[in-house]
Write a protein that binds this ligand. Structure first.
Ligand code: SAM
Length: 419
């Protein structure tokens, strides 16, 4: 591990607004760079990369931790670039890593994952492959935006203020157009969803779509209508398969990224045979079950909308669709299992479900490095060893990243141990 460099000049007392010169060491989960003051206090610096020296304004003071914001780069890292998005200068906080070259972002994120594995799971021998960069602009097919006075925008960094945008570099062009030209009177939030490969578009508006004005091709639905049982969906194509995606169902935020995730899961599970016993835990609308071409997957998912979509998407297979929370699932024995939980990770109940299935091989899909490390540590207590992590950088220009961890059952006797 790289040692921390000497800290900045000693400081008598620090308060909000003070400017410090800080050497930064590494990127941490959340996208800030970690540095230290000369008296050993940790400073998390927004807008800085590892190995830089920046002048940073303190924005929060805690007993053993400061948060600060870069105001000047004294010595920049080789990965530093000038951001291209004009909305940044207007205060948009939608992207938090635009000052790192897109090609370098996967390896910066891989370092965050390695660090989480070292610190949280106490593992420093797991290979972490940064994966291949995906296009860094025009990619997002699902975009959640806030609304101010009828117009869509994004929150300023660490603020509730909504910056109405005149464009969005990372949104798919058909989504960006809706964000900019759509009128959403009476709304607080809008989720724009588009099928990049089908051309279908939808806006999901909270709390009501009564004041919405968008082009005629766009499906419009309010969250009040969804609560009353209305259904609305679009379709997307991934890996040669067509998926129905309802307004309330989760789907990966870009089809090329979904394909890259499927490919990483396929590698992780060693290309499961069509007749393999296969469990798709937190299965959503069936992305992995469909795209991995397994004949009779068991899919566990608690969202009614997603299970209804999975029924359509898997209509040419013989799936067992279990609409329930993972904690209620009574695990059935299986050869292979993919688990793709929400940001909080598997937790105790997910780990128990994996262990109970006795799967010889598991692909864990994580969207948060700290959850990944916690889950890997917990799975270690029930006999699973992580052998490899492959990143899929679904969200360039932001600190977010997806990771597929391969786990093998090396101690079958331990898998019933309570967690
Ligand atoms: C990250 S998404 C993954 C979905 C799917 N694997 C995909 O790639 O499209 C997580 C899914 O887990 C579901 N979910 C979250 N918590 C759950 C729980 N405790 N039990 C069952 N499903 C859950 C969500 O509704 C969501 O569909």
């Amino acid at each position: 591990m790289q040692p921390d460099p000497p800290g900045a000049d000693p400081i008598e007392s620090v308060e909000v607004g003070v400017e410090l010169e800080v050497p930064t060491v590494r990127l941490v989960a959340g996208g800030d760079a970690l540095g230290r003051t000369a008296d050993g206090r940790v400073v998390l610096v927004e807008g800085a990369l590892p190995g830089e020296r920046v002048v940073a304004e303190v924005v929060e003071v805690r007993p053993r931790l400061l948060r600060a914001r870069t105001v000047e780069v004294v010595a920049g890292a080789p990965e530093r670039v000038e951001p291209t998005c004009p909305e940044l200068a207007r205060g948009c906080g939608g992207c938090d890593l635009p000052y790192a070259a897109a090609a370098d972002q996967p390896s910066l994120k891989a370092e965050v994952v390695r660090d989480a594995l070292r610190r949280i799971a106490r593992l420093d021998d797991v290979e972490v492959d940064p994966g291949r960069p995906l296009p860094a602009v025009g990619y997002r097919t699902t975009v959640r935006a806030a609304v101010r006075e009828g117009h869509a925008g994004f929150r300023a960094r660490r603020s509730h203020e909504v910056v109405v945008v005149g464009g969005c570099e990372v949104a798919h062009p058909t989504a960006a157009e809706l964000l900019v030209d759509g009128v959403f009177d009476g709304a607080e939030e809008v989720v724009v969803r588009v099928g990049a490969r089908t051309g279908e578009r939808m806006v999901v508006v909270h709390p009501t779509a009564a004041g919405v004005s968008v082009p005629a091709d766009v499906r419009v639905v309010g969250t009040d209508e969804l609560r009353r049982g209305r259904r609305a969906w679009i379709h997307e194509e991934v890996a040669g398969h067509r998926f129905r995606i309802s307004a309330a169902s989760f789907f990966q935020a870009r089809p090329d990224g979904a394909e890259a995730l499927v490919a990483a899961v396929r590698r992780s599970l060693d290309d499961p045979a069509a007749d393999a016993e296969f469990v798709d835990l937190y299965g959503g609308v069936g992305l992995f079950s469909v795209a991995l071409d397994v004949r009779a997957p068991v899919l566990v998912e608690r969202s009614a909308a997603a299970v209804a979509d999975a029924r359509v998407n898997l209509s040419d297979r013989q799936p067992r669709l279990l609409k329930m929370a993972v904690r209620r699932w009574r695990p059935t024995p299986t050869d292979v299992l993919v688990a793709d939980p929400a940001r909080a990770g598997l937790g105790t109940e997910g780990v128990a479900a994996v262990a109970g299935s006795g799967a010889g091989r598991v692909a864990l899909v994580s969207c948060d490095p700290a959850s990944l490390a916690r889950d890997v540590a917990a799975l270690g207590t029930v006999g699973y060893r992580a052998t490899r992590v492959e990143l899929v950088d679904l969200f360039p220009q932001t600190h977010h990243v997806e990771a597929v961890t391969t786990l093998e059952l090396v101690e079958p006797d331990r898998r019933q141990v309570a967690v």
